[in-house]
Design a protein around this ligand. Structure first.
Ligand SMILES: [Zn+2]
Length: 335
């Protein structure tokens, strides 16, 4: 899909370049934004030969070589969006992203150690059996094979203009990932939003460590689903016409889809509440494997999902939470 946006300062053309990935999510989107003076790539796929070939072919079809890009913008730090960043950075193309995306661009570095310690403690306190804890944490870091080292050159945060194409404003979109930004064009009510809103699947609000602790062992965790809902409500007030998502086709009537996602979350919250009524009390792990019996192999995803809904029920006063002497947390229905 190619879209042209006419502005008093010129025209921006958005080309979608779909890239294969080796992940269950399927293909990922990169976008090439072209103006008179700029050639900006938004996201760049995992470091995987088939993705690289598709990306370079896609750029070639639009008459752009990697060296001719004037910037790479990363919507968030997940590997299916950032793995190939280094092939452009080595050509001197500046990388634009939220500052904390840096923590995703250093595979096998100190932030991996931090995350590994954090998730080991998180899963242990959420009642995951010991064998699964190490297996799940190891699986997370196997993903490093699709990543490469790079660094954010220009940090973008909420409310800034995108310096290369100032008609786009930067909007932070915490939820699916904490360090996540979208490009918002208020004149055309158009949002390039990474994985925050996807057309055919609901995005996971992934639990992450808060990055300010001295080590992963002591890092607090995010309440990602609550952040995600707050951000979806904020986006809904933008009256967005068109979304260019990180996976799947660009789509119109974005507000209707965002409203539907918010409603689906309410339904799932009620389902978790019913489950907890039956169980009376349980660890997040016990609830996760009951609610998602066929997704045990994707433990990190189902744990984020379950903890997110428990956070929500807790914020509503529907459940209490208590840790035992070992720190293992039990959630109990109120009343
Ligand atoms: Zn993602």
């Amino acid at each position: 899909m190619t879209a042209q946006i006419r502005k008093s300062g010129g025209t921006v053309t958005i080309h979608r370049i779909e890239l294969p990935t080796p992940f269950p999510v399927g293909p990922v989107n990169a976008y090439l934004l072209v103006t008179d003076s700029q050639r900006v790539l938004v996201d760049c796929g995992p470091k995987w030969p088939l993705a690289q070939e598709a990306l370079l072919n896609g750029l070639r079809q639009h008459g752009v070589t990697p060296q001719e890009l004037t910037g790479v913008l990363l919507t968030h730090g997940h590997i299916d969006h950032v793995g190939l960043t280094s092939i452009f950075q080595t050509h001197g193309v500046p990388v634009f992203a939220h500052p904390d995306v840096n923590t995703w661009l250093e595979p096998r570095g100190p932030w991996d150690t931090y995350r590994s310690a954090f998730f080991t403690r998180l899963y242990t306190t959420m009642g995951v059996p010991e064998d699964f804890v190490s297996e799940t944490v190891q699986t997370l870091f196997l993903l490093n094979q699709w990543n490469d080292r790079s660094v954010v050159d220009v940090e973008l945060t909420d409310g800034m203009e995108f310096p290369l194409i100032p008609q786009f404003q930067i909007v932070e979109v915490p939820g699916h990932a904490q360090a996540a930004i979208a490009l918002w064009d208020p004149d055309h009510r158009l949002l390039v939003c990474g994985d925050q809103v996807l057309p055919t699947i609901s995005s996971n609000a992934l639990i992450e460590p808060v990055l300010t602790a001295p080590s992963g062992e002591t890092a607090a965790r995010t309440k990602s689903l609550l952040d995600y809902r707050a951000n979806l409500k904020r986006l809904n007030a933008f009256n967005i016409q068109t979304i260019y998502p990180g996976h799947g086709e660009p789509f119109h009537n974005a507000s209707a889809l965002i409203t539907r996602r918010l409603e689906e979350q309410v339904e799932r919250r009620e389902a978790f509440l019913d489950l907890l009524r039956t169980e009376q009390s349980a660890t997040a792990y016990q609830l996760a494997v009951k609610y998602f019996p066929r997704h045990r192999s994707q433990l990190s995803l189902i744990m984020s999902e379950t903890i997110g809904y428990l956070d929500w029920l807790h914020a509503q006063g529907a459940v209490t939470v208590q840790a035992d002497a070992q720190g293992v947390v039990t959630w109990r229905i109120v009343g």
